[in-house]
Ligand binder design. Structure first.
Ligand code: MG
Ligand code: MG
Length: 248
């Protein structure tokens, strides 16, 4: 069952999304070769608390941190650690969730650390492009499949793998609500209505589609060891066009 957000709920989601965007601003500022993902988590927690929000991820199904940090061939759900140090040429996906007034903002962004190879840079730009192609379809009267198809078309153009086991999702009162949103077409004709809120989040791979879950039962990585990029915004469909809550 997909719920439609009221005007008041949308206002709170925009507030929560703003805080998520502030965390990403902080990440951009402090991210440099030599920093550990645990330090990034500490910075994120500080921004969330200073803005009187709740770190949505902390304790979610037992997740032990405020952000997910996934480096290079790691796709999603990496647990921050003192031992995970980012270095020149890495890419890192940082996924952030904040709850304010009972409403959630959820946004992941991938960052280049120093200079990355041209092919990895292209993967980053293309994954971001696929996110915005999806967001453009987030309007009343379109179907979920319109979003999925838009993302898939951008990925296919460059021959990138699309992570199949994970995708976008309804978001609002909790982090994961109905519906599930595939990043490739499955023909889902569910109509988008004004007030639907969806976290749109393509995960594209430089190599094949396949991923696996690591021994900690969280970290997802590509099977072929090639890099993966992840970009996500929380988006609300309205009659006046999509609202991206998780940007400044
Ligand atoms: Mg997320
Ligand atoms: Mg999400």
């Amino acid at each position: 069952m997909i719920n439609r957000k009221s005007r008041d709920e949308i206002k709170k989601m925009i507030h929560a999304g703003h805080i998520v965007a502030l965390v990403h601003e902080k990440m951009k500022e402090v991210l440099e070769p030599g920093i550990s993902t645990k330090e990034l988590d500490n910075y994120a927690m500080k921004v969330i608390k200073e803005n009187r929000a709740i770190p949505t991820f902390l304790g979610y199904n037992g997740f032990p941190a405020s952000i997910c940090t996934s480096i290079n061939e790691q796709v999603v759900h990496g647990i921050p650690s003192e031992n995970a140090i980012v270095k020149e040429g890495d890419i890192i996906a940082i996924d952030v969730g904040a709850t304010y007034g009972g409403m959630v903002g959820d946004s992941a962004w991938s960052y280049e650390v120093g200079k990355v190879s041209p092919e990895v840079h292209k993967l980053m730009e293309t994954t971001k492009e696929s996110l915005f192609a999806g967001i453009e379809q987030m309007k009343p009267g379109n179907t979920l499949d319109d979003i999925s198809k838009a993302i898939e078309a951008v990925a296919n153009r460059e021959g990138y793998g699309i992570v199949r086991q994970y995708g976008g999702h309804g978001v609002g009162h909790v982090m994961h609500e109905d519906p599930f949103l595939y990043n490739y077409s499955v023909g889902d004709k569910t109509l988008i209505k004004s007030g639907y809120a969806i976290a749109i989040e393509p995960m594209l791979n430089l190599g094949g589609d396949d991923v696996f879950v690591g021994a900690d039962e969280w970290l997802v990585s590509t099977v072929d060891g090639k890099p993966s990029a992840h970009f996500e915004h929380t988006v609300i469909a309205t009659d006046d066009g999509p609202i991206i809550t998780t940007k400044l």
